[in-house]
Design a protein around this ligand. Sequence first.
Ligand SMILES: [Zn+2]
Ligand SMILES: [Zn+2]
Length: 228
Amino acid sequence: MRTNTEEIINGVYLIGGPGITSADDAAIYLIDFVGELVLIDAGAGRSSSQIVRNIEMLGFNPAAISNLMLTHCHIDHIGSAPFFKKQYGTKILIHELDAGAVETGDSRKTAANWYGTIFPPTAVDQKLKGEHETLKFSQEELHCLHTPGHTPGSISLYLDRAGKRVLFGQDIHGPFHKDFNSDIEAWKKSMQVLLALNADILCEGHFGIFQPKESVRAYIERYLDEYE
Ligand SMILES: [Zn+2]
Ligand SMILES: [Zn+2]
């Protein structure tokens, strides 16, 4: 069977999203920390078995996923979170300001109503707080930056590996909507924080993977120009 998963750099994979799992899934990334796996986002919820198959086809056991990092509370990013938690005991992490929508299954804040689906209330195992939290896996650090704007509790993550800085910025382009409690001024500040990281690779949520550095910068600046 074919799969369109892709290794971005050593042990960092794109395993889900349009053309890989389902058209309504935002991008799903998997990081291998010497056998301990971390998943970043979880699609819209209709492709759980395909996500599992993709992980297995890369030679990994989904039960080795210790943490599922949710970049924000929207259904196209959180959909299979309940599945992973139930099936494998995966720990769910999200910023405290977006945790409520996941825990209550709020159909407006999760945008489940836009997708004609529901998201079951799901307990969060760890709420990220403040501007910057660092999680340690093996000898490496996964940085979680609070980058509000699209939603109040949006986070972006980055990892330094193999001489490259990899930034996971799922919905940093927006959109901005009152149903999401979006805040464009907060978003502008968040984008400056991301520009200052000088990332080599941007793993984005809906538009693909951007590299090198200049392309990452250009991508972020293009959106900033739009909301000047
Ligand atoms: Zn979103
Ligand atoms: Zn999205």
